[in-house]
Design a protein around this ligand. Structure first.
Ligand code: ADE
Length: 235
């Protein structure tokens, strides 16, 4: 998979993809990540990436020309209908569809080339959305100063689902949300820490009992902290 990020703050991404699973996936050539500075696609003297909103109002709006230029350069076309199959142009914005594990899974399974546009300021010229964007994604009902942290979240959620990105194939299968359940509790050494013991069943070596206990705990946790997930499952 290739992931291209369009941002006016390229330095934001200087080291963020250089750790753990993402770093390993890059080294194993499971994913290639490129960061593009939107400013480098401006053609005016002052390299403006934003301007005042038509109709008045607070703040600045990101201009569409540099983003069209960038997409033209990266994909080879600004015609959404002509994008190669598996190409998705994603705008990160609070107006988008809320990111869920199922959406990350869909991108991991179907997308070959992701272009992530990090919005900034009060918004982005709507013509970007109208003509270029295939998916508008929000990472939650709160407003960030820009789409950069959201692009990092989306990238991380997708990469760990790519084939061979995780050390063990089962790790992602058991992740929280995969079955609309939160994860079960985990323990490691020491067995007794400050009077807090590891549950006896985990020391029993009885794998069937351990599975049963984990499932029960996952259900209990979901019932307590995210009942909405269980309601969704049965609606
Ligand atoms: N940009 C600003 N807020 C955002 C959010 N919640 N999700 C994605 N992009 C954003």
């Amino acid at each position: 998979m290739k992931i291209d990020v369009l941002t006016i703050f390229p330095e934001f991404f200087d080291t963020v993809f250089d750790f753990g699973i993402i770093r390993r996936a890059k080294l194993a050539q499971i994913v290639e990540i490129n960061i593009y500075d939107i400013r480098s696609f401006t053609t005016d003297k002052h390299h403006k990436t934003d301007d005042k909103p038509f109709g008045g109002g607070d703040g600045m709006v990101m201009k569409c020309e540099p983003i069209f230029q960038a997409i033209e350069k990266i994909i080879g076309t600004c015609e959404r209908e002509s994008y190669p199959s598996g190409t998705r142009v994603v705008l990160l914005s609070p107006q988008g569809k809320q990111l869920k594990q199922s959406i990350a899974r869909e991108f991991a399974d179907e997308a070959k080339h992701l272009i992530l546009i990090c919005g900034r300021y009060e918004g982005i010229d709507e013509r970007v959305n109208d003509a270029l964007v295939t998916d508008e994604i929000s990472i939650g009902d709160y407003v960030l100063s820009g789409g950069e942290p959201a692009a990092i979240v989306l990238t991380d959620a997708i990469i760990r689902l790519l084939p061979n990105a995780l050390g063990s194939e089962t790790s992602a299968v058991n992740d929280s949300f995969t079955e609309n359940l939160l994860d079960y509790p985990h323990y490691t050494q020491p067995r007794d820490f400050r009077g807090m013991d590891v549950p006896e069943v985990l020391l029993s070596g009885n794998h069937a009992e351990i599975e049963k206990w984990r499932r029960q705990k996952a259900l209990e946790k979901t019932q307590i902290f995210r009942k909405d997930l269980l309601d969704k499952e049965h609606s």
